[in-house]
Design a protein around this ligand. Sequence first.
Ligand code: ZN
Ligand code: ZN
Length: 264
Amino acid sequence: MAETFIAIRKASPQPGAELAPMPLPDSLGPQEVLIQVDLAAICASDVHVYDWAPNVAASHLPLPVTMGHEFTGTVLQTGEAVKTLAAGDRISGETHLPCGECYQCQTGQQHRCQNLRLLGRQIDGCMAEYAILPEICARRIPSHFPVEQAALMEPLGVAVHAVDKAGVSGETVAILGCGAIASVRVKALRRGAQDCEYLLTLGRRYGLNREQLRSLVARKVAARAALRQLHEDDAAPVAFEALDPDRFAELREGIARLIEKARP
Ligand SMILES: [Zn+2]
Ligand SMILES: [Zn+2]
């Protein structure tokens, strides 16, 4: 194996990123795993890091850092204390690294850890040929699992968690957005919701295909139309919002009003 590998690094607090060589470690820490990255997804939050958006600039990232947090790969090597993984295992990435010691971590709420660190933000991420990660950031998956889906397990987890928390069984639900999280949220909802209205459905109503809808969403037109339609139909007592916060501030306010209106 080469002694270095290529990674996409966020090196300075300004728009852009760079390809940089990174050293492969001589040895792993006891709970670390060396992963060969097979595929990394581009999340909207990665775009925010690349663009150095205001919310990222305000978050005091320790630079330089390797970007990326949604991925799949193959375990090449494990530290001596690693219990759940072995060389050759296929894995899907987990973005969140809890401290394991705070009150939340001790009471089964690691996702609310007071000292939570995120892959591609506070620790080196997955947009690289290799990733050296704590064991907890890699979950074993079946060997036959499609690679494109395996790279999106983290956003799937976000979507399923939100749907489970909302308790929407039997409800009509609006999902606003058509990125990865909105799309998998639709899948998650179909387990329990009676009807599922979302932007793509509205797009079909207006005779638009997915690509046309995407370009319209970029110009906010479809998003406004969707919101108006929801108001007129009084159709959706529950709305999930999965939109870019910087680009859809107006729509988010509209959704807040919609939810207020729907409250009994
Ligand atoms: Zn993400
Ligand atoms: Zn913690």
